[in-house]
Design a protein around this ligand. Structure first.
Ligand code: 5GP
Length: 194
């Protein structure tokens, strides 16, 4: 292993979901979501395909894999928010980048990396509903339950996290690092600056 690779992995305390577990779960989610849209929309799926909207940057990796696990007509877009900034403390939510596609009449699948307090999704659901989306579903890779404040109906969840741990990897960062880890992990305390 190179010095760079070992420095990256040396910060990891424990792996919660490894590559194989994520691959399996993303495939299951993709198949289930596709079946549900086929049942919901029937032939209209071809004329008005669902719009998968990734919440960047955290959902970059998940969106890319989930889309390829959905064998139906599909479009994609992204929004970018500022909430955590540097580090692990929650901050204010700002919309840095809105949809490039009009939401009016679209069947939107919001793709989120992790739901914590629920504030981000609460903000985005209101934003998209005000723009006339025909339907709105939410798919979150991780449902982190302990700090939930806003009641958000999660239609699809990859994994449930019952502990209040700050996780990284598979798109999730700490101070913009660790997004490229292929698994989801908890960092060692010394890797997190106080
Ligand atoms: P919420 O608005 O639900 O409190 O927070 C959602 C956002 O906070 C996520 O999209 C993610 O960017 C960030 N976040 C929440 N928990 C974690 C975590 O454990 N690790 C990382 N890397 N980001 C988190």
């Amino acid at each position: 292993m190179s010095a760079g690779a070992s420095a990256l992995e040396a910060a990891v305390e424990r792996v919660l979901w490894d590559e194989a577990a994520i691959r399996r779960r993303v495939r299951e989610l993709g198949a289930q979501i596709s079946r549900d849209y086929q049942d919901l929309l029937g032939d209209a799926l071809v004329e008005n395909p669902p719009l998968a909207v990734g919440i960047f940057r955290g959902a970059i990796v998940f969106l890319a894999d989930l889309m390829r696990a959905m064998p139906i007509p599909l479009e994609c877009d992204y929004v970018q928010l500022y909430s955590y900034g540097k580090g692990s403390e929650a901050g204010e939510i700002q919309l840095l980048r809105d949809l490039g596609t009009p939401a009016q009449g679209r069947h939107i699948l919001l793709v989120e990396d992790i739901v914590d307090t629920g504030q981000t999704l609460h903000f985005l659901c209101e934003h998209l509903e005000a723009r006339g989306a025909a339907s709105l579903k939410i798919c979150a890779l991780i449902d982190k339950k302990p700090r939930r404040r806003a009641k958000i109906p999660l239609d699809y969840v990859g994994f449930v996290l019952e502990e209040d741990a700050f996780v990284v990897g598979y798109g999730l960062d700490y101070a913009e690092r660790y997004r490229n880890l292929p698994y989801v992990a908890v960092l060692k305390p010394e890797a997190i600056a106080s």
